[in-house]
Ligand binder design. Structure first.
Ligand code: AMP
Length: 281
């Protein structure tokens, strides 16, 4: 497995593979890889002959006061994870390789980016879509793999691919969790041991909601209340949002009667964590 840092090198390698008739997969990441990322790489390697993992902490998707500077970075460790998970190539560019200083063109998103995480992070999804479009243009893969952990991101990228006619198939992969239920995240390493314990409230509250749905509860107002009262039991937790939306349109709904996305963002101390599940009502 090789690591390259320039657009020219990654383009050259992928062109050679395509010419030789190999199927190529792309797994876009920001690095600090854990078993959630590993599951995407594993699946990509099973379903394709060549796998490129991009590792790039994309500055334009971070807002003011967010953790761009402190975001964990360890390329050497990531190379070991990628190699053992079945990747063939890492593309790890610096910011000035990806962005001209006088960038004019970018990708914007309308309604899908206004709720959930987009409500508090106004330019986040435009930043994500811009970098993902650039990666799709740099690396003409057949398939790209994204986690359901970032459910809004996955929905937006699928829509962007549809709307802008990208010739690539988007594959969503299930959330990987720790044994105790906490969704794996690069940001979990910010948590102290007390906060790590408190963070279990995310999955616990979602489980309560899922149980209520299984028992026939359809009122999203009541379902949100169940999550809220569970989270309020945890003193270190502060609610950013609790939402129940149509899984495709991401529109807020009152009655859970079609596939829904139940999504939460919770601060544990200073760390903002997200979790969700999709329910085929
Ligand atoms: P990130 O490095 O956080 O940008 O994530 C890169 C990709 O890995 C995204 O498609 C995420 O949705 C996915 N991912 C992150 N955490 C998990 C997880 N716990 N389970 C599954 N996929 C994940």
């Amino acid at each position: 497995m090789n690591t390259v840092k320039t657009i020219k090198e990654v383009r050259h390698q992928v062109k050679v593979w395509k010419k030789e008739g190999y199927s190529v997969a792309l797994v876009p990441t920001m690095g600090s890889l854990h078993s959630g990322h590993e599951s995407l790489i594993n699946r990509a390697a099973k379903e394709n002959e060549k796998v490129v993992v991009s590792i790039f902490v994309n500055p334009i998707q971070f807002g003011k006061g967010e953790d761009l500077d402190s975001y964990p970075r360890d390329l050497h460790k990531d190379e070991i994870v990628c190699d053992s998970a079945g990747a063939d190539l890492i593309f790890a560019p610096k910011a000035d390789e990806m962005y001209y200083k006088d960038i004019e063109a970018s990708v914007s998103v309308k309604e899908l980016a206004t709720g959930l995480c987009g409500a508090k992070r106004p330019n986040h999804f435009a930043g994500v879509c811009t970098v993902v479009s650039k990666l799709f243009n740099i690396i003409p893969a057949d398939k790209a793999y994204f986690g359901e952990k970032d459910a809004q991101q996955l929905a937006i990228i699928k829509r962007m691919v549809r709307d802008l006619n990208f010739d690539i198939e988007i594959i969503g992969c299930p959330i990987v969790r720790e044994k105790d239920g906490l969704a794996k995240s690069s940001r979990n390493m910010y948590l102290s041991s007390k906060e790590r314990e408190a963070a279990l409230i995310l999955n616990k509250s979602l489980t309560k909601c899922r149980d209520a749905l299984s028992n026939g509860e359809k009122s999203t107002k009541l379902l949100k209340k169940i999550i809220k009262s569970e989270i309020e039991k945890e003193v270190l937790a502060r609610i950013d949002y609790i939402e129940i939306v149509d899984a495709f349109s991401l529109d807020v709904i009152d009655i859970a009667c079609k596939p829904i996305l139940v999504a939460i963002a919770i601060y544990i101390g200073k760390t903002r964590l997200i979790d969700n599940f999709i329910y085929e009502a």
